[in-house]
Design a protein around this ligand. Structure first.
Ligand code: SF4
Ligand code: MG
Length: 320
């Protein structure tokens, strides 16, 4: 199959030290052995509560962070061992869209400069080509090209995210990772930005990894979905399968607690006991066992592996 991104057994452990000069006393398993693939033109949604490792995973893929272990392949090319010189040219193939577009835009630069700069850095096209590309992209993201001379503070949150999207597209990336791209926006603007991302995906056959804590957002945009809990993928399925028949007790609880999702499913709301445990001291066995309504004896001692239960559908739970 035509995989743009393949991640295998990816891990990121952050060492815990008691003092600056003391030895390591443990580690935070922020990402603990996750595997997934993303095909060209599809959207993989990654959903989970804050602190489940979603953003760390994104930063590993773009190599803002070095992985502790595991493999990340972009169109077959291994990134974790790529020399930094080569990584520099590969980095343009993976672009990010961030939660807060304002923080990720240079306030002193005009929008035109923000969009021109990456093309200059990578020596793409003539100055004239670049200017044309900027005008074209502004059009495509629904902004008047005459706005090119304005600065970020002159735009609304939704418009800034459109600029963030244009910037992500300027180098024709092979993969776009969007980390909570609409969570900071008003509800009414969220749908517009998601619809724009879908239109652009169709137009350019874009490949997305879409990270969010919001189930209704992930249901809208994803083809497939991975559910994360405490640094692990606990369930992975096609969107329709996941929403019609969630298997993992954590997925079931998440869905029952999401008002828009539950309005359709009409299931009893499951209130999980306690908070998400600290990744510095995760529970033994299945890390969800301290909160799971279906916990069995085996769950406290044995880690459930992510197993394929039907084609394209995997779950990490001793019930299956
Ligand atoms: Fe619950 Fe056990 Fe399944 Fe973990 S393995 S989700 S504790 S039933
Ligand atoms: Mg995050």
């Amino acid at each position: 199959d035509d995989y743009v991104l393949e991640v295998e057994n990816l891990k990121k452990y952050f060492p815990i030290k008691k003092g600056v000069f003391s030895k390591e006393v443990g580690s935070i398993k922020a990402v603990d052995g996750i595997s997934f693939g993303v095909k060209r033109g599809e959207t993989l949604g990654i959903v989970g509560e804050s602190g489940c490792g979603k953003s760390t995973m994104a930063r590993l893929v773009i190599r803002l962070l070095e992985a502790t272990d595991g493999s990340i392949k972009l169109q077959g090319k291994e990134l974790t061992t790529l020399p930094s010189k080569e990584m520099r040219s590969t980095r343009k193939d993976i672009q990010m869209i961030f939660q807060d577009p304002y923080a990720s835009l240079n306030p002193r630069w005009t929008i035109e400069r923000t969009l021109l700069e990456p093309m200059k850095v990578y020596k793409i096209g003539t100055p004239r080509d670049r200017k044309e590309k900027v005008a074209d992209l502004l059009n495509k993201v629904g902004l008047d090209p005459s706005y090119a001379k304005r600065h970020p503070h002159e735009f609304s949150g939704g418009q800034r995210q459109r600029i963030g999207i244009a910037r992500a597209l300027v180098l024709n990336p092979k993969l776009i990772i969007a980390d909570e791209p609409v969570s900071a926006l008003d509800i009414s603007v969220q749908a517009q930005v998601i619809n724009l991302m879908q239109d652009l995906q169709e137009l350019y056959n874009l490949t997305y990894v879409f990270i969010t804590h919001d189930l209704s957002v992930v249901e809208h945009i994803s083809d497939r979905i991975a559910v994360m809990y405490l640094g692990k993928v606990v369930e992975m399925a096609d969107k329709a399968q996941l929403f019609s028949d969630p298997l993992h007790p954590y997925t079931i609880a998440l869905m029952s607690a999401a008002p828009e999702v539950n309005a359709k499913q009409k299931k009893e709301r499951i209130v999980l006991k306690g908070d998400v445990p600290s990744p510095a001291n995760p529970p033994s066995g299945c890390t969800f066992h301290t909160r799971c309504p279906s916990c069995m004896d085996v769950c406290k001692v044995k880690i459930p592996a992510l197993k394929e239960v039907s084609p394209g559908r995997s779950v990490a739970c001793h019930l299956y």
